[in-house]
Design a protein around this ligand. Structure first.
Ligand SMILES: NC(=O)c1ccc[n+]([C@@H]2O[C@H](COP(=O)([O-])OP(=O)(O)OC[C@H]3O[C@@H](n4cnc5c(N)ncnc54)[C@H](O)[C@@H]3O)[C@@H](O)[C@H]2O)c1
Ligand SMILES: N[C@@H](CCSC[C@H]1O[C@@H](n2cnc3c(=O)[nH]cnc32)[C@H](O)[C@@H]1O)C(=O)O
Length: 411
């Protein structure tokens, strides 16, 4: 495709996404009218694809100058990246398939604009700001973090007294994790796996590692597709929940022998290791929908392999002697590196939260540390989403409110 055709394609994807993101549209309209981000510079490292692009243009509509790069070397859609770069007050440095050096150079280029506010997905910008670019910290008003793992990293920094800025844990908004992590990952992980493999899920043993918000979604949709779902966990309560939701629960060492498709969603490393690869059935398919490329031990798999070959676009087969193991998208996020990411209607809520939190940071002086998304913003997003879906709900009467909050007439 020529550059012009790529830009057209990127614009078309953005139009489609924008038309399915009604809550973000409400926020954008307010931003256009009130320009709450006038004079602000926003630096972002997120998955550069169409829904993210709609967030970027929303921030620009609010008066911000925005620089963005990717947060995963395989999730950038180059057509969207180019289309974004044609917009006023927006620079985009993301490119698909970059090596590690170029990936981190692009993070530096985002920081070169001297952002007032950052938005991360996995805390890459914040990590750089606290290591090689500490000179920029005094300028920062605050940041937003999109994902569970990023929030974990920030809490770890805060605990050690290492966090020198305010960050809002956008992931922890109810209108984010309950929908994005669960229904978003549940649908988009299977979309990525199915469009890449073109194989049947019904009747297969599917192993889901981790029964957090992502794992619940992935297990639920696997079950809906007719799979026999096996869950692995380390948390006894979540393991029990998985059992009562109707799935088999066992150790990975046992699940590895049975699984035909494996999906990791733990946010942890070394979930599938050499010990497991050696006992997997011939032809097993591995996908990660959790964290970076560390959940599947790709190095161990490569060193076990007698040979490797690409067997289908985005699927690499590792022949480990007598059995072949297929890995989708190099063990990186399957929904983004082998698909288009979460559905637009879900990212609508995640990114409405992001835009509202960026405004909140611009308008309020927050102390250093990890902050919750203000409840009124979270509730606003839920209300606007219901409204956009044409759903109305009941309201408490005064008598009910009194009954629920008093103790005299509680029984
Ligand atoms: N693919 C996506 O688009 C997407 C969307 C949202 C979040 N994420 C990422 O997915 C990961 C999970 O997010 P979440 O919100 O579900 O987190 P979560 O904390 O709700 O769930 C993770 C679960 O994994 C379990 N776990 C940890 N180590 C384990 C191990 N060794 N074996 C088995 N289970 C283990 C934990 O006990 C927990 O229940 C994070 O890295 C997050 O950043 C990805
Ligand atoms: N950056 C890391 C961390 C996981 S990304 C997980 C986050 O991606 C976000 N996400 C999922 N789908 C999309 C999408 O289509 N566009 C932008 N972000 C997305 C989602 O909100 C989730 O919290 C990595 O690449 O491995």
């Amino acid at each position: 495709m020529t550059e012009k055709e790529l830009i057209e394609s990127g614009n078309m994807k953005m139009d489609w996404a924008r038309n399915h993101m009604p809550v973000l549209a409400i926020v954008r309209k307010k931003f256009e009218e009130e320009k709450p981000l006038k004079g602000m510079k926003v630096g972002m490292a997120l998955h550069v694809e169409a829904k993210t692009a709609v967030l970027v243009e929303t921030l620009a509509a609010g008066g911000a100058e925005v620089a963005i790069t990717g947060c995963n070397p395989l999730s950038t859609q180059d057509d969207v990246s180019l289309a974004l770069g044609t917009r006023k007050n927006i620079c985009c440095f993301a490119r698909y398939g970059v090596e590690s050096q170029e990936y981190y150079e692009a993070i530096d280029r985002v920081l070169d604009i001297k952002p007032d506010i950052t938005i991360d997905d996995g805390a890459d910008l914040i990590f750089k700001l606290h290591t090689e670019r500490t000179d920029l910290l005094p300028n920062i008003l605050g940041g937003c973090e999109e994902t569970t793992t990023g929030v974990h990293r920030l809490h770890a920094m805060e605990k050690e007294g290492a966090l020198k800025m305010a960050v809002i844990a956008v992931n922890d908004a109810m209108t984010k994790y309950l929908f994005d992590n669960r229904y978003g990952t549940g649908q988009s992980a299977w979309d990525g796996i199915n469009r890449t493999t073109n194989l049947l899920v019904a009747g297969k043993n599917v192993v889901v590692a981790g029964y957090g918000w992502c794992g619940r979604g992935v297990a639920m949709r696997a079950s809906g597709l007719g799979a026999n779902v096996i869950v692995t966990e380390v948390d006894p309560v979540r393991a029990l929940e998985a059992r009562m939701d109707g799935y088999r629960v066992m150790k990975m060492a046992d699940a590895a022998k049975l699984g035909e498709i494996f999906v990791t969603t733990t946010g942890n490393r070394d979930i599938l290791t050499a010990e497991h690869f050696k006992s997997m059935p011939d032809g097993a398919i591995l996908a990660n929908s959790g964290h970076f490329n560390v959940e599947i031990d790709m190095e161990a798999l490569a060193s076990l392999a007698k040979s490797t070959r690409t067997v289908r676009h985005n699927i690499k087969e590792y022949d480990i002697g007598g059995r072949r193991i297929n890995v989708i998208a190099e063990g990186r996020l399957v929904n983004l590196a082998a698909g288009d990411g979460h559905p637009a209607e879900v990212m609508d809520m995640s990114f409405a939260n992001q835009a509202l939190c960026v405004r909140y940071i611009a308008e309020n002086k927050l102390p250093n540390g990890v902050h919750k998304v203000p409840l009124e913003l979270d509730t606003f997003v839920a209300r606007m989403k219901l409204q956009s879906m044409g759903i109305t709900i009941d309201e408490l009467t005064t008598t009910q409110e009194c009954y629920m909050s008093g103790w005299e007439c509680g029984t």
